[in-house]
Design a protein around this ligand. Structure first.
Ligand code: G6P
Length: 609
């Protein structure tokens, strides 16, 4: 969490303006406080405060900061409440060094008390502030004096935990010092300007040439140069050109990123499913060779994993498959050995819970396939095979297009697997792939067109409710879970999902008149039982909202229905059925007066455990 950006330029540009726009693009990573520091005529200038970027910028006007080098930070508080003092950047005692940091320095209390004994005065409650004081201390002690880079490197060796760091020093007014471990940091390359940021959209409108800093790497950028080293050895960086466009990281006329991203799903799906079968074939072989499979992910990606679990289990009914929430990995670690295949799913490719679990699994010699949206991010780098969703950058904190793209990629993988397992003839395989490629974007487009107004209207009906249930069975359960997560995370209505059959074992106790109950009910083996569950809820006054096919019997028991076109195969259902629920969550949040792009207490990329 937290977004950082640093810029150094020789092009006579005031960087404060570029940093402010860059921070706006990173706001999805945290937004409780914000700050920028520049070096102007050999002196540090800083502006920072608690609040969103717009609010703080309105109050302080970041463009008042002069200088062609600077660092900026948008915060998601971990150590110390969001206030002016704890906002980054942080200075050392001499006010010559400034740092911004994303991650957690786990041993900061020991470092801090040691430095305080040596006379350092700390002003904030953050863990991050130790970094600048450590650099200051390293420089102070050295005889003969150390270079800033040497002091920086020594500092990094003393830090435990996760970090992406950018640091500036007035003695080197063109240089930005960088380090990363477990928190993302990417470099943007332009002729006369270099950028370092937590994520590519921060500088996408200036350059598409990107270098991803890897774990353990330390770097130095100046307007014209990039230097990277690892364990004392120089690393030759490999820049690549991202295919994302600058517009893809902007709202393009939509009131919120979330709504734009919901509408981008047909294209995100099309781009994702049109994948080369070679990689899928390799992945399928790994699945077939493995003794057991573990899906590993968090949040929305975990729901995609559940969907993958159902799809693969259908093809390989005897294979033990376990969907595991990454932060719960320890409980299942006894299952992980060289015969285990992990399928790790992560939009960002940087979620620390997943990375920690994957590192542990790699130590146990497990094989790893990953699905990520961000090219060359950490999780793909920990994997033997990396598959990518091609959803483009997702800025809204609540995942939408990346989720349906993950489920679609897993559906495509399932078709490949069925073929490689000898369960599908060559002809049937081609038909299935064609259907998936043709129908999925089309069906999702229809779902949006036919249900958006309905979602808006339903939002006005349920907006004053405090609780809701989402019920489904079998393969449809991931949809219920995802629908509930969307509603609770952005509208703050309590939403709980559970298998419909469980409702009578407790949850039904709190159902009363107008209690919203969303029922995911495609026409499949679950129909009959779902009808029974709908009756039970209705008898207690529940307000039944069904997501179903036209003419499905459940509509007779429903107070409100979303209709989903029938697809060639149920494997599309976890994609198409979730879309009205994304729209319902979006419009409910808006009706309740909340910003769906910035849900309180959440961040898009979670780089703490
Ligand atoms: C955070 C986000 C969720 C996301 C989860 C996993 O909690 O708020 O929207 O699903 O992280 O993120 P990942 O990048 O690993 O998919």
């Amino acid at each position: 969490m937290c977004g950082i950006i640093a810029i150094t330029t020789s092009s006579n540009t005031k960087v404060s303006k570029l940093i402010t726009t860059g921070l706006k693009r990173l706001e999805y990573r945290g937004y409780d406080s914000v700050g920028i520091a520049t070096i102007n005529q050999g002196k540090i200038e800083t502006l920072k405060d608690a609040g969103t970027i717009d609010r703080v910028n309105q109050k302080l006007n970041f463009e008042n900061l002069e200088g062609s080098i600077g660092i900026g930070h948008t915060r998601w508080a971990t150590h110390g409440p969001p206030n002016q003092i704890n906002a980054h950047p942080h200075a050392d005692c001499t006010k010559k060094i400034m740092v911004v940091h994303n991650g957690i320095i786990e041993n900061y209390l020991e470092i801090k008390s040691d430095l305080e004994r040596k006379g350092h005065i700390f002003t904030s409650q953050t863990d991050s502030e130790v970094i600048v004081h450590l650099v200051e201390e390293e420089l102070k002690l050295a005889n003969p004096p150390k270079s800033v880079i040497q002091a920086f490197k020594n500092t990094i060796t003393k830090l435990e935990g996760a970090y992406a760091i950018t640091l500036i020093h007035t003695d080197e007014p063109e240089t930005i010092f960088l380090a990363r471990k477990d928190s993302p940091l990417v470099i943007g390359v332009q002729e006369d300007t270099k950028f370092a940021a937590s994520d590519i959209p921060a500088f996408l409108e200036h350059t598409k040439k990107v270098i991803i800093l890897k774990n353990g790497e330390i770097g130095v950028i100046t307007p014209k140069t990039v230097y990277i080293e690892k364990n004392g050895f120089r690393v030759q960086p490999k820049p690549f050109i991202v295919s994302w466009t600058a517009e893809s990281a902007q709202k393009s006329g939509y009131p919120h990123f979330m709504l734009k991203e919901i509408h981008e799903q047909p294209i995100a799906l099309k781009n994702t499913i049109n994948i080369d079968s070679e990689e899928l074939s390799k992945a399928s072989k790994k699945i077939l060779e493995s003794t057991r499979i573990v899906f590993l992910a968090c949040g929305t990606s975990y729901h995609a994993g559940l969907s993958g679990f159902h799809q693969i289990q259908r093809i390989l009914p005897k294979k033990p498959i376990y969907p595991i929430i990454a932060s719960e990995y320890e409980t299942y670690s006894h299952l992980i050995d060289e015969e285990t295949l992990i399928i790790a799913i992560s939009q960002s490719g940087e979620t620390l819970d997943v990375m920690k679990a994957l590192s542990a699994a790699r130590k146990n010699k497990a094989q790893v396939i990953s699905l990520a949206n961000v090219t060359d991010s950490s999780i793909p780098r920990l994997s033997h095979i990396s598959l990518y969703t091609k959803a483009g950058p997702e800025i809204g904190v609540a995942a939408t297009k990346t989720h349906t793209a993950q489920v679609a990629l897993l559906a495509r993988l399932a078709i490949q697997l069925e073929f490689e397992a000898g369960e599908l003839s060559k002809d049937d395989y081609s038909v299935q792939v064609d259907n998936l490629v043709q129908q999925t974007p089309q069906i999702v487009r229809t779902v949006i067109n036919q249900n958006e107004l309905k979602a808006k209207k339903l939002a006005s009906i349920i907006q004053n409710q405090n609780h809701s249930y989402f019920l489904a069975r079998g393969l449809n359960m991931p949809v219920a879970l995802e629908g509930a997560l969307k509603l609770k995370e952005i509208s703050y209505i309590h939403a709980e999902a559970f298998p419909a059959g469980e409702s009578k074992h407790g949850p039904i106790a709190i159902v009363e008149t107008n209690f919203p109950i969303v029922m995911i009910a495609p026409d499949d083996w679950t129909t009959k039982k779902m009808l029974g569950n709908a009756e039970e809820m209705k008898a207690r006054g529940g307000y039944i909202i069904s997501v179903t096919e036209k003419d499905h019997r459940i509509t007779e028991r429903s107070d409100y229905s979303f209709f989903i076109p029938k697809a060639f195969s149920p494997i599309i259902n976890p994609i198409s059925y979730v879309v009205p629920l994304q729209m319902l969550a979006y419009y409910t949040a808006v009706r309740r007066g909340y910003d769906p792009d910035k849900p309180k207490n959440l961040a898009k990329t979670v780089t703490v455990e």
